[in-house]
Ligand binder design. Sequence first.
Ligand code: NAD
Length: 474
Amino acid sequence: MAQAAEEIRRIVEEVLKGTDISALLGSSPGPSPGCGVLADVESAVQAASAAQRELAALPLETRSRMIEAMRQAVLSNNESLSREAVAETGLGNLRDKQAKNRLAAEKTPGVEDVQPSAFSDEHGLTLSERAPYGVIGAITPVTNPIATITCNSIGMIAAGNSVVFNVHPNAKRISNRLVSLLNEAILGAGGPRNLLCAVADPTIESAGALMKHPGVSLLVVTGGPGVVKAAMGSGKKAICAGPGNPPCVVDETADIVKAGRDIVAGASFDNNVACICEKEVLAVEGIAERLKHEMRANGAFELTGQQIEAVTRLVAPNFKGPRTESAPNKEMVGKDPSFIAKAAGIDAPAGTRLLLMEVGKDHPLVWTEQLMPVLPLVRMRSADEAIDFAVEVERGFRHTAMIHSHDIEKLSRMAKLMDCSLFVKNGPCYAGLGQGGAGFTSFTIASPTGEGITRARTFTRERRCTLVDYFRII
Ligand code: NAD
């Protein structure tokens, strides 16, 4: 209120001075610190709702310019954003955070993804267009704060929506800074103020209020099982990106040198905090030794005997029994491998990217989304046994899985049986998000609700208009 009053007073003063005030009105005023970051859910939804109406009146060309400006804002601030994200959350590492954020800025689809289509025949013409929902309530994780907000913002705005973010409390400084930065970019490109809003001090309670707010038409949540359950029970349309436990099968026909390299690269990426990272390796026994050799050659440090026990006790302290998920130790989630090794009393050599441990089928880490660079490997008698076990350990999330094989029958069998949103053949996990693999990216992979790798068109309602008997030109 005080800010609005101050703005009115400034404009009145300029009018009295005879100044042309057009630059001070509408969407033109320059950005202010904390632009789009509002005190509570109510004011955020109101501001986002007004901004969405303004957006609807703007030409698509302006929307495209806004998207381009948002991409540039992330790219040109990537290092400081990534550094602050690592510092605030204590998760991941600078190099990979930057790679993730660059990927989100460059490869999230924009306005081109929401093209209309038309059908015509002897009965006339039918138009099909992708309309916005209005205000989207988005809830984001601590693990990928920048990449998730970047890809959500680009896709949701490209589709004509505005957004209210309720970010993870442990990433609120960096997330809200990014929301401000993106809003400044939008304003600079001629877009409306407050198209992206964020609750300044987000909590689980404010997330609940956002979920129930009548001004919010769609929920998009990215996080663990709790937030997915809450969103699905909210009574609103919800797009939910939940947890996973991606298995990676390696059989005797695989290129083992490449598999070893790819698995270390994928499972160590941002210290394994991404939901898509390889979380357990199921290796056919004929190639298991060679695979471990290649993994060691690429920076995996293999733990043995007592070391395996010490690390297991440290990272999965609440063992609940064989073949059961065991909540990972939060103090170790997303930490560097050397930090985890040291905490378990082990000296990992310099350059260690991943802690590798060969374990049995019952080991808790095989069944747990550990979100840290500690990777269990289980020996399997055959590719088929590995594939069947992969389905079991993925535990029905239908999220992500990987296989390294040149046997087309095994590649196809696993693809079908996993039935997941993302399936990578012969590459690291992130190839499935367009990093070294074909296609666009997203950091909101909606498996529970089925939208998969979300994109601008995911955030639209399809509407059709039919004109009977006219407007054909042949
Ligand atoms: P989290 O579930 O702790 O938090 C995610 C967000 O949900 C936060 O903003 C949090 O405040 C909110 N939240 C949590 N419980 C809630 C509840 N009951 N009601 C309302 N809001 C609630 O998850 P996290 O630690 O931030 O992220 C890691 C988890 O997210 C992992 O399980 C990972 O697999 C998953 N994830 C999935 C994807 C995907 O695309 N599928 C992407 C990133 C992360």
